[in-house]
Design a protein around this ligand. Structure first.
Ligand code: SAM
Length: 209
């Protein structure tokens, strides 16, 4: 999206909390891979879906510094739980510090380790799954969570345009190839339907037929 369109979209998107602004600024100033953070418009989208769904069980794959988890928390029901999975201890620690600053932060459970090993241990039916970790594992994550979607549950997969590299012919990058393979995989899956949204780096919103 052009810079002007981006600014216009940001201007007419609702505001984020002070805590979210703090997480965003802290990540920009201190993290070598700050570009991975969801950011304002995507964050408002995640918060909106969570509120519409009034989700009871949310799974996030890829916590990073906690920004998207705090957005998803906004719609979590009173007795809801948000499980978020992170491989890197340092990021999980940073996220936990920010979760502790939120009055509902104890509803977020961080699991440290490889998401592929942790997901099968979580015996839940998911209202929302946000896939935002290593791109080469997206199909594995998808296959692990589709059977565990609650009725009306949705999966949101991030970076499905992979910085526009999915348009290359042939696609050369490992991650772009993996993402294109994921997009093809979901498209041919008779169990689900989906829409690819061109928000930020592309979001695939998926639901069971
Ligand atoms: C794009 S960032 C997540 C951004 C975050 N959702 C946000 O919007 O602020 C991806 C995260 O996934 C984590 N990750 C990568 N591979 C993983 C794995 N196999 N299991 C769990 N987390 C993983 C990375 O360490 C990184 O923090």
């Amino acid at each position: 999206m052009s810079g002007l369109l981006q600014s216009y979209a940001a201007k007419f998107t609702g505001t984020s909390s002070e805590l979210l602004e703090k997480v965003y600024q802290h990540t920009l100033e201190n993290h070598a891979h700050a570009h991975m953070i969801s950011g304002h418009e995507q964050g408002r989208f995640l918060a909106g879906i969570s509120k519409i769904k009034q989700a009871e069980r949310i799974l996030e794959i890829g916590t990073f510094t906690g920004y998207s988890a705090l957005c998803l928390l906004e719609g979590l029901s009173e007795d809801g739980v948000l499980h978020t999975l992170e491989l890197r201890e340092e990021d999980a620690k940073t996220a936990q510090i920010f979760f502790n600053e939120h009055p509902q932060g104890d509803k977020i459970k961080i699991h440290l380790g490889d998401a592929k090993e942790i997901i099968p241990t979580l015996n839940e039916l998911w209202d929302i799954v946000f896939i935002d970790a290593d791109k080469v594992s997206y199909v594995d994550y998808y296959e692990l969570v589709v059977p565990a979607l609650a009725p009306g549950g949705v999966i949101i997969a991030d970076n499905v345009l992979f910085h526009g590299q999915v348009l290359e012919d042939p696609i050369t990058g490992k991650n772009a190839k993996a993402i294109h393979h994921f997009n093809e995989w979901v498209k041919q899956d008779p169990r689900t339907d989906q829409v690819l949204l061109t928000l930020r780096d592309g979001l695939l919103l998926i639901w069971k037929k």
